[in-house]
Design a protein around this ligand. Structure first.
Ligand SMILES: *[C@@H]1O[C@H](CO)[C@@H](O)[C@H](O)[C@H]1NC(C)=O
Ligand SMILES: *[C@@H]1O[C@H](CO)[C@@H](O)[C@H](O)[C@H]1NC(C)=O
Length: 367
């Protein structure tokens, strides 16, 4: 599916901003409120977070089953940089491998390419091209393009599935992913470094007191999350607006840094009264998580550095290493060396999966 939007950049942005005004004026009227103020948080407070489980009181079975059988569309936001491309190719390879396995509710796949024009992966990966933000608006913080990309895609694309998984290029599907959302309740991965309650003063600039406690803001980003398309259509424009306002506010920009756009999604959801079911088994993040187990996604955002005895040397370049940032300008070579003995299974599995993908993707080195 190769689609070019033809509406002018400026005019559609204007339209969005007008809509945003409308949303902000009416967000407290929106009735999709899920404020079940149950006290128990089922995932303990291991991270020192004090969130509310929107499904507290429901049977545990129900929570973990989610919308079993209801398919979701996999939506991957990406750019045409070589660094983004090789990760997308690996990501799509593993999507195809696990998609039809038992328990999978994975539907179609779209790479939402927010660099404005088609690239040389259009034939390999189903892609929908959208515009980047107008020049200068992202201030070099490229991920600010993500909310705008979702706004455009949801508005223009024909998406068969009722649900959407928001995914990123450095995600590898390691197990078939069921629909973990539950009806109107989206589901997301709780990040240990997203701490709304520890940033009350800043959150309050965007989430006024009359709407509820700061703990209403989930410790999440937009990805990975599975959400009803109709809800995301409402949240995405607000997410865009909040992320631009956060970026515009020096104190917020400084405090949130590279995770600003994650906070913006969390706040935007709360502004619409939407709480997420927090699923820790959604993904693992090597080298911190040691085993794959029944988790669904490997997120390889952290460098994996080890000495030859298999000891983690995080922050210091290891004798053996796998770090996506070593390959900013082009793809990693095929057949990367496996880690030395003693390195956690999650890291071994990651490298093996990268190797399997690169061995089987035609023309791996050519692009
Ligand atoms: C965001 O929405 C607010 C409220 O409608 C509006 O005043 C503001 O200009 C918008 N900001 C951006 C950057 O879109
Ligand atoms: C991959 O590399 C190893 C050495 O690290 C070598 O023994 C093996 O034959 C290589 N496999 C392929 C398919 O090139």
């Amino acid at each position: 599916m190769i689609v070019r939007k033809n509406m002018g950049r400026a005019s559609s942005l204007l339209l969005v901003l007008i809509c945003l005004g409308f949303f902000f004026a009416t967000y407290n009227l929106i009735t999709m409120v899920m404020h079940h103020k149950a006290a128990s948080s089922w995932d303990s407070v291991a991270d020192g977070l004090d969130w509310v489980n929107p499904l507290a009181g429901m049977h545990k079975e129900v929570k973990t089953m989610g919308n079993s059988g209801v398919r979701f569309h996999v939506a991957l936001t990406a750019t045409d940089a070589p660094y983004s491309k090789w990760q997308c190719r690996i990501m799509y390879y593993w999507y195809k491998k696990v998609k039809d396995m038992p328990r999978s509710d994975m539907g179609g796949f779209t790479r939402i390419l927010h660099s404005g024009s088609p690239d040389n992966l259009m034939e390999e990966i189903p892609t929908f091209v959208v515009d980047p933000l107008p020049d200068g608006l992202d201030r070099g913080y490229i991920v600010l393009n993500r909310p705008w990309a979702f706004v455009q895609w949801l508005e223009k694309a024909t998406i068969e599935e009722e649900y959407v998984l928001m995914a990123e290029p450095d995600h590898i599907f390691v197990n078939p992913l069921p629909n973990l959302a539950h009806g109107d309740h989206p589901t997301a991965y709780p990040f240990f470094y997203i701490k709304p309650t520890e940033n009350e003063k800043i959150i309050r600039k965007f989430y006024p007191e009359e709407l509820g406690p700061v703990s209403d803001v989930d410790p999440i980003g937009n990805s990975p999350a599975i959400i009803k398309k109709s809800l995301l259509e409402i949240i995405a424009p607000t997410w865009m607006n909040v992320s631009l306002r956060m970026k515009d506010d020096p104190e917020t920009d400084k405090a949130f840094g590279w995770v600003l756009e994650m906070y913006a999604y969390a706040v935007a959801s709360s502004l619409h009264g939407v709480r997420h079911i927090l699923h820790k088994d959604f993904m693992i993040q090597p080298p911190w998580d040691l085993v794959v187990g029944k988790n669904f996604i490997i997120h390889y955002t952290y460098g994996c550095d080890y000495d030859m005895k298999g000891k983690l040397t995080y922050g210091k370049i290891g004798e053996w290493r796998f770090d996506k940032r070593s390959y900013l300008r082009g793809p990693p070579p095929r057949n990367l060396s496996l880690p030395p003995p003693g390195v956690p299974e999650s890291v071994v599995r990651l490298v093996k999966m990268v190797n399997e993908a690169t061995a089987n993707i035609p023309g791996w080195d050519a692009l």
